[in-house]
Write a protein that binds this ligand. Sequence first.
Ligand code: PEP
Length: 250
Amino acid sequence: MPRCPLVAGNWKMNGLLASLAEVAAMGTAYDAALKSKVELIICPPTTLIGPALEAATQGGLGLGAQDCHVAANGAHTGDISAEMLKDLGASYVIVGHSERRADHGETDEIVQAKAAAALRAGLKPIICVGETRAEREAGQALAVVGRQIEGSLPADAPGTIVVAYEPVWAIGTGLTPTPADVAEMHEFVRERVEARLGGGKSEAVRILYGGSVKPANARELMSVPNVDGALVGGASLKAIDFMAIAEAYR
Ligand code: PEP
């Protein structure tokens, strides 16, 4: 079974109700031909998942969240569980984004527990991994990402999980790795995912590239072997840019 590419927009802490016009515009541009080539989802802030549901559903886009708690419910003031996100209409949740690993001290162990929580609730986790600039310069990129995969993926996860390779130094900087570096890393990621999950499951796992994906570089990056789509930050906020990236798959 060929993997259906996935382009996911991470709005981070951006967006108010007025921003839902962008979701509606994305849906208008997401025609039947494009739907047959690529799956599109938007991961807005949690506040917008409920309000975005109607426009997203009408346009054929899915919705994801940007984080979840490990527990289903309980005394965790301010936190949101995977079950609550599912209840709102989300079908995906990003876990282990480098901004959460850095800002909230999330370890591989926590990320793995969050991915397991997502699966428990019936959400597909998008599990993020990626090296820092210092780690790449020290020749440690593969070792770091290999460790993150081993630590962050639940060993019994199904092939429906998504892994996003996002070099930290490429996020929001305008910098991207060379296609050769992306190819090397994505081949390695698939090998390590197989080592972790076994049973040929890695063949179904979609491995996204994330980090400064733009309309101008989407075609080149998305045509690299083992790149099954993109996790897009800044360029996902405007329908015109996000849909130009999706067009790489038409
Ligand atoms: C991200 O934050 O997941 C990301 C890829 O950001 P950007 O596209 O802005 O680099």
